[in-house]
Ligand binder design. Structure first.
Ligand SMILES: NC(=O)c1ccc[n+]([C@@H]2O[C@H](COP(=O)([O-])OP(=O)(O)OC[C@H]3O[C@@H](n4cnc5c(N)ncnc54)[C@H](OP(=O)(O)O)[C@@H]3O)[C@@H](O)[C@H]2O)c1
Length: 242
């Protein structure tokens, strides 16, 4: 068992997750890249290792309980605990349709990954995180989760009305708040991060922020000091309204 802190990043093989891995790797973390596809995970860790980052791929499909359990077993056997969990894996399936045109199956599939997957990984990893002296959990939410912003005609993304993706991220925020209440007597901090509109495959690279910018709030919440917040929702400028 090494002395550096361990971080598991779900969907860490590309996009904001991969950049988060790079930034935390540079800070000295041991990086566990959760990737649903083993070869994509290996490629990602190979890239990180060229930057002298200590990285390892773990096959992890957040919608598959066997895959989650086998990831728990591997981390337990090799490290005995987990310092940071970044629930980053996410999908968007709305295809631009308005709520009444959304197919139920796409709503269900979105929740399978963004909500039920996040719940299952968090639940399964918690015993390992509790063994860390200062566990941190970061849930990738979005400004599009905010019911306050979604009801404000002046907000930047008021024109977007993607029921599956947006409501799944609202549910992510609920997970953050409710888990934080349960964990309030522990040293674990759990927060939601809004990376902003970031250029990745998720949005066909239409985002205007770089992955470096998007990952910065995630890294900040992953490395919170012991007096840092828990149960909150933050972007790089501070608190985001629920
Ligand atoms: N980009 C933005 O503007 C933006 C804004 C707000 C929030 N976010 C959130 O940020 C997070 C990262 O998104 P991104 O923009 O970096 O998108 P991305 O480049 O498409 O990356 C998404 C990652 O999630 C993985 N993934 C999807 N389903 C999975 C599953 N069932 N099990 C494990 N991994 C799975 C993908 O794996 P594969 O490579 O195998 O597909 C990929 O590694 C998401 O939660 C997203 O909702 C993004």
């Amino acid at each position: 068992m090494g002395s550096s802190k361990t971080v598991l990043i779900t969907g860490g093989n590309k996009g904001i997750g991969f950049e988060t891995a790079r930034q935390l790797g540079k800070l000295g973390f041991t990086i566990l890249i959760g990737s649903r596809d083993a070869s994509r995970g290996q490629e990602a860790t190979a890239k990180l290792m060229t930057e002298k980052i200590d990285a390892k791929a773990i096959t992890l499909d957040v919608t598959n309980l066997d895959s989650i359990q086998s990831a728990v077993k591997q981390i337990d056997e090799q490290y005995g605990s987990l310092d940071v969990l970044i629930n980053n894996a996410g999908i968007s399936l709305d295809g631009g349709v308005s709520p009444s045109q959304l197919e139920l199956i796409n709503l269900k599939r979105t929740y399978e990954t963004n909500v039920f997957g996040m719940f299952s990984v968090t639940k399964a990893m918690l015993p390992l995180i509790k063994k860390s002296p200062a566990g941190r959990i970061v849930n990738l939410s979005s400004g599009l989760a905010s019911l306050t912003l979604n009801s404000d005609p002046e907000s930047e993304f008021y024109g977007l009305n993607l029921l599956a993706y947006m409501s799944s991220k609202t549910a992510v925020n609920a997970l953050t708040v409710l888990f934080s209440k349960e964990l309030s007597t522990t040293s674990i901090k759990i927060n939601s991060a809004d990376p902003g509109f970031t250029s990745t495959d998720l949005n066909g690279h239409s985002g205007y922020r770089s992955v470096e910018q998007g990952a910065s709030i995630v890294v900040k919440l992953a490395t919170l000091a012991n007096d840092g917040p828990t149960g909150g929702f933050f972007d790089e400028n501070g608190v985001v309204p629920w």
